[in-house]
Design a protein around this ligand. Structure first.
Ligand SMILES: Nc1ncnc2c1ncn2[C@@H]1O[C@H](COP(=O)(O)OP(=O)(O)OP(=O)(O)O)[C@@H](O)[C@H]1O
Ligand SMILES: [Mg+2]
Length: 237
């Protein structure tokens, strides 16, 4: 079943057209990656999906219902959790506080406990560091908090904007191992990434965005064999 459908989406800031009619689909329990260079409009796309960027045309459907007019805070209740670019942690608060803030919309205590256990399974370091102040955690650990906080809301869909940016290879691998576990638990993932190799490790399908347009899309295996993707995104001559 189709979970998210983005249809001919256009976004403009003032007079500047940023997205020129982007269409993409994410099926239930799929992981889909959007790759593209700086300034391609990847963050704008993610923000437009959850009502944070001004849509000037096209539509966004979640489970076949238009969500274009929904307010940003309404998405969590629908099961769509957007982990924004740059983590956005409450940096003066502990790891535990940050995680619990992700669960603010849940009333069921046992669900919160269960989600916390899931976070510990996915990123075990968090369990050891629950009382540490978030800003004293390493960059990679802070990214783990941001993803885990997203999971605390019991999402059906997780939107992730560059989870591996600025991290060393070994840390990126840990983050992506975690994302793979999240995927295997049945969470649908839409991921924006600049590290094409990492993204292709978990994505079932991939879209390439350049200058506010989708220029290429396909399954992981199709994209791995595509000469343009190999050359520009995977650095294989
Ligand atoms: N709030 C805004 N006001 C005006 N222009 C904006 C705004 N947000 C983004 N833009 C412009 O939209 C374009 C796309 O930016 P966006 O952040 O979506 O790119 P990106 O693909 O996420 O890039 P990166 O890989 O560097 O994160 C850029 O030219 C940017 O300057
Ligand atoms: Mg971005």
């Amino acid at each position: 079943m189709q979970t998210l459908k983005i249809e001919n989406l256009k976004v403009a800031y003032g007079g500047a057209q940023i997205l020129h009619g982007v269409s993409l689909e994410v099926n239930e329990k799929e992981a889909v990656a959007v790759l593209g260079p700086n300034g391609a409009g990847k963050t704008t796309l993610m923000r437009a999906i959850t009502g944070l960027a001004p849509i000037t045309g096209g539509d966004v459907f979640y489970q076949e219902e238009s969500v274009k007019k929904m307010k940003p805070y309404q998405f969590v209740g629908k099961g769509i959790m957007h982990c924004l670019e740059n983590r956005r942690l409450f940096s003066e608060f502990t790891v535990k506080d940050n995680l619990m803030m992700g669960a603010y919309a849940l009333n069921n205590k046992s669900e919160v406990e269960k989600n916390l256990e899931t976070c510990f399974e996915i990123f075990p370091i968090l369990k050891e560091r629950l009382s540490q102040i978030s800003q004293t955690m390493s960059g990679g650990e802070q990214q783990m908090i941001a993803i885990a906080r997203g999971l605390m809301s019991s999402p059906k869909v997780l939107l992730l904007d560059e989870p591996s940016v600025g991290l060393a290879q070994i840390v990126k691998e840990k983050i992506f191992e975690g994302l793979d576990k999240i995927k295997k638990q049945g969470v649908t993932i839409l991921l924006v990434e600049q590290d094409a190799v990492m993204a292709m490790g978990i994505a079932d399908r991939i879209y390439i965005m350049e200058s506010g347009k989708v220029v290429l899309s396909g399954s992981r295996s199709e994209m791995k064999d595509n000469p343009y993707v190999k050359n520009i995104y995977l650095g294989i001559a």
